[in-house]
Design a protein around this ligand. Structure first.
Ligand code: BTN
Length: 246
């Protein structure tokens, strides 16, 4: 991982660049990283604010020899690697919110955007985009996200070295990716569940096809969220925004 690094001062989106180079056969483990993004992308076509020198804005190219159904698991592996790295560097334990957010005290600090490109029912490549707010102060965030966003420095009470944090993320990612390839998702599911706050709670899941309200039962072996509604019916949710009901 990271033997092939493309580093940019300013770029539109590391995710776009990673897509471009992956199509030109960039090898497994290629990393695209930038100091600043001018059109950072989030999930559900949202904008991702990526101010200069303040965060880790990167995209990672993987080429696992697996069927496309396994792709959601990569978001979860990434979340574990980041959560562990944050703990190692700051001693503070973040929360993971299914599927792709890392939070502190209910405020979002990291988003993960996993994009899959498959061919003939096999993964061709996966791009994992990581947006990690590291050293922003509250005024650095645009006003519309100040209520819901946070940075590691805000939570930690002091600045954090982005280079050291990145080293810890890559080291942990490599470790968990290897574990996953050798042993499957089982052990990782247990680690992941230890960080998750929404399981067992009443939640609202907003998907592109509508809302599901019910109790979050857990995730499947594939990383799919299982929700039981008031009638007892089980729903399997692949992608959604989750809100824990107050
Ligand atoms: C989310 O909606 O929570 C996911 C945000 C992902 C942002 C990262 S920043 C690096 C990479 N490049 C992008 O344009 N987006 C991802």
């Amino acid at each position: 991982l990271g033997r092939n690094i493309l580093y940019f001062d300013t770029i539109d989106s590391t995710q776009n660049k990673a897509n471009e180079v992956a199509r030109m056969d960039a090898p497994e483990g290629t990393i695209v990283i930038a100091e600043e993004q001018t059109s950072g992308r989030g999930r559900m076509a949202r904008e991702w604010h990526s101010s200069k020198h303040k965060g880790i804005w990167m995209s990672l190219i993987l080429r696992p020899q697996l069927p496309p159904e396994k792709a959601p698991q990569f978001t979860l592996i990434t979340a574990i690697a980041i959560a562990r790295a944050i703990e190692e560097v700051t001693g503070k334990e973040p929360e993971i919110k299914w599927p792709n957010d890392i939070l502190f005290h209910g405020k979002k600090m990291t988003g993960i955007l996993t994009e899959l490109h498959s061919e003939a029912d096999k993964i061709n490549f996966i791009i994992i985009g990581i947006g990690l707010n590291v050293n922003q102060e509250m005024p650095d965030f645009p006003e519309e996200v100040r209520e819901i966003a946070t940075s590691l420095a805000i939570e930690n009470g002091k600045k954090v070295s982005r280079v050291i944090l990145l080293q810890h993320i890559l080291k942990n990612f490599e470790k968990y990716y290897q574990l996953y390839l050798e042993k499957g998702f089982g052990t990782l599911k247990v680690i992941w569940e230890s960080y998750v706050t929404s399981i067992g709670k009443s939640i609202i899941a907003r998907t592109i096809s509508g809302e599901i309200v019910g109790k979050a039962l857990g995730i499947t072996e594939e990383g799919v969220l299982k929700i039981q509604d008031a009638e007892g019916q089980i729903h399997y949710v692949y992608s959604a925004d989750i809100e824990i009901k107050p």
